[in-house]
Design a protein around this ligand. Sequence first.
Ligand code: FES
Length: 107
Amino acid sequence: VKITIIDREGTPHHVDAPTDMAMNLMEVIRSYELAPEGTIGICGGMAMCASCQCYVQSDTELPEKEDDEEAMLSEAFFVRDNSRLSCQIPITEDLEGLQVKLAPSEE
Ligand code: FES
């Protein structure tokens, strides 16, 4: 699916994310190297670090937050109403047209 990811410098990247590889959005961001190594995905996708936080800028229908994502976002920095942990968003056809912006690094 076609997704737009705006990096921390504000540059948009249009990527084609595979739906058949059981990837999540954090892994896609990492695979395209859209954030420096060590500043995203620190907990490995366990909803325990918030380094993968992003702001959802399209009105794409996303899966509801699970309790662990809610809990992590309640403690993280730079959280906004449209914050999500990208590691908790599986890549599916439903994400077509999604636009997200990476939150600033806490490092
Ligand atoms: Fe740690 Fe998403 S990678 S919360």
